[in-house]
Design a protein. Structure first.
Length: 386
């Protein structure tokens, strides 16, 4: 499972973390009343559904304003994730830190940028949220570029966001746009001074990421027309295997949210069913990329457009026809695929899923529910990262 933007780590957790804590304790809770402090799960459910009255009651009872829920983070962060300005304003008025970071190093501004809530982004910056980060860290610009929110990208740039900000592994917002095929965002970043020649810690840059995913128009814009001819002539296989991101569907979000509510309410059987349904939906959405042809050499660039709508166009590289009987994949690629299969067998999400089934079969519903929830979170994060 390739490590990708932390957008993708929002709901993920590690196997060691999941097993280090008593699994049953994650859900062995009753709904919190307005006069008692909540646990992390009950807190998350209430804030996600926008229950400002309940949040105010907890704060009045003494809940710390930066208390973190089970998944996204503090009340301010959850409000940003949901685009709920009233919720954010409540926590900020009680002393919440607008630039606080969660366990994954994310701020409220990153959450609002990832989810595309422009009004929330504007509000947060007006309240003192920093558009940039110090050192190598995921920034709001990375998140907005990856998720395809052009308006937020442009706004962040006007607020002083660093256009060449480096992620923990040295990747730039332009690389995010190039990978995901966000042509308008790539253009905006380039006009703002984005540098296409920056290599990350793996020695890869925006052009390589664009070519790997056949986003050739973006690659040509970054490299320039003079340099692109030589780039396009390189074999397609030299760029590496394409990895396409698949956003988690709204149906999965709804299933997971409802499952958490059922768990908090003590309805374990209903929650188990909802988590299983969410896992099935995630599995069905997975579309692994398989190589069935030998690496090809590009012979030209094809651009197609609709005559009645010239603004809509697509592009791709034209490849030479492979020789009959050519080998499928190099020895190195076959070894790499074997390694991936071995790694998949040790996938933490699959291990948790297996544990959940064993626990459920043994009648340990509470522990099975916790394991299903952890597996769903990992698989959800992995799907978003593809």
């Amino acid at each position: 499972m390739k490590k990708l933007p932390a957008c993708l780590c929002i709901l993920a957790t590690t196997l060691s973390t999941a097993l280090a804590n008593p699994l049953a304790n994650l859900f062995a809770t009753a709904p919190a009343s307005a006069t008692s402090l909540p646990d992390r799960v009950a807190f998350s459910v209430a804030i996600e559904r926008g229950d400002v009255a309940q949040a105010r009651a907890w704060l009045d009872t003494g809940l710390p304003p930066d208390f973190e829920g089970s998944l996204i983070g503090s009340g301010l962060m959850i409000g940003a994730w949901e685009g709920n300005i009233s919720m954010m304003a409540l926590f900020l008025s009680r002393g919440a830190d607008v630039n606080a970071v969660n366990a994954h190093g994310e701020t409220a501004l990153l959450h609002a940028s990832w989810k595309g809530h422009l009004d929330a982004v504007r509000w947060l910056i007006a309240q003192g949220a920093q558009p940039g980060r110090q050192g190598k860290a995921w920034s709001a610009l990375h998140y907005a570029a990856f998720a395809g929110h052009e308006a937020i990208v442009r706004y962040l740039l006007t607020q002083g966001a660093e256009v060449n900000a480096l992620s923990p592994n040295g990747s730039t917002p332009l690389m995010m746009a190039a990978r995901e095929g966000q042509a308008e965002i790539a253009t905006a970043l380039l006009k703002a001074g984005a540098q296409g020649g920056i290599n990350n810690d793996n020695g890869e840059n925006a052009v390589r990421w664009a070519m790997r995913n056949n986003n050739v128009i973006i690659a040509r814009e970054i490299a320039g027309s003079k340099n692109f001819a030589a780039i396009a002539a390189q074999p397609a296989g030299s760029w590496g295997q394409a990895i396409r991101s698949q956003p988690v569907s709204d149906s999965v979000d709804r299933l997971l949210q409802q499952a958490r509510k059922m768990a908090v309410a003590g309805q374990h059987d209903a929650a188990l069913k909802l988590y299983r349904d969410a896992l099935v939906t995630i599995h069905k959405a997975e579309k692994p990329v398989s190589r069935t042809t030998a690496p090809r050499t590009a012979t030209g660039l094809m651009i197609s457009a609709q005559r009645g709508n010239p603004a809509v166009q697509s592009a791709g590289l034209r490849y030479a026809t492979p020789r009959v009987g050519s080998a499928v994949g190099t020895a190195t690629e076959r070894i790499s695929n074997s390694t991936k299969e071995m790694n998949a067998a040790a996938d933490p999400a699959e291990e948790l899923l297996h544990r959940a089934r064993v626990l459920e079969a043994a009648g340990h519903r509470g522990e099975a529910l916790a394991a299903y929830r952890q597996a769903a979170a990992l698989m959800r994060g992995a799907q978003a990262a593809r």
